[in-house]
Design a protein around this ligand. Structure first.
Ligand code: THU
Length: 134
């Protein structure tokens, strides 16, 4: 699988705006919704370290603010030698709006490194359906 050019470009551009002076680890994320629109976000840290948030969360906030809620594709872009897969909290947040089959493109500055399904990252996810019929 290849990473979609529009999502890659959006993640690269937004990553340049990451506010990560404490970790020096800039991340860009991009989501595609069922309507075809894309929403990008970067990580935003602050001096009270635990209060910062991830790029995926920024992108989800933009998506929800725009009135969208169905994610069909995810892309995360960061540096370093390792795969920057979404952290545990972001896997839960993505699972709120995406299905287990949703592709997650894990990218480095050079481009796509690996594509995995959200369900591989978050098996047996707790989701909105757990609250149905209770
Ligand atoms: N970070 C993200 O934005 N997304 C991820 O998937 C992993 C980690 C951010 C959080 C923090 O600002 C920095 O990377 C180092 O953990």
């Amino acid at each position: 699988m290849t990473a979609p050019d529009d999502m890659l470009a959006a993640a690269r551009a937004v990553r340049a705006n990451a506010h990560a002076p404490y970790s020096s680890f800039a991340v860009g994320a991009c989501l595609r919704t069922a309507s075809g629109r894309i929403f990008a976000g970067c990580n935003v840290e602050n001096s009270a370290y635990p209060q910062g948030w991830c790029a995926e969360v920024s992108a989800i906030g933009s998506m929800v603010a725009a009135g969208e809620s169905r994610i069909v594709e995810v892309l995360v872009l960061a540096g370093g030698d390792e795969l920057c897969t979404p952290c545990g909290g972001c896997r839960q947040a993505l699972s709120e709006f995406a299905g287990p089959e949703t592709p997650v493109h894990v990218c480095g500055p050079e481009g796509l490194r690996k594509t995995v399904a959200l369900g591989e990252l978050m098996p047996y996810a707790f989701g909105p359906e757990n609250l149905e019929g209770t």
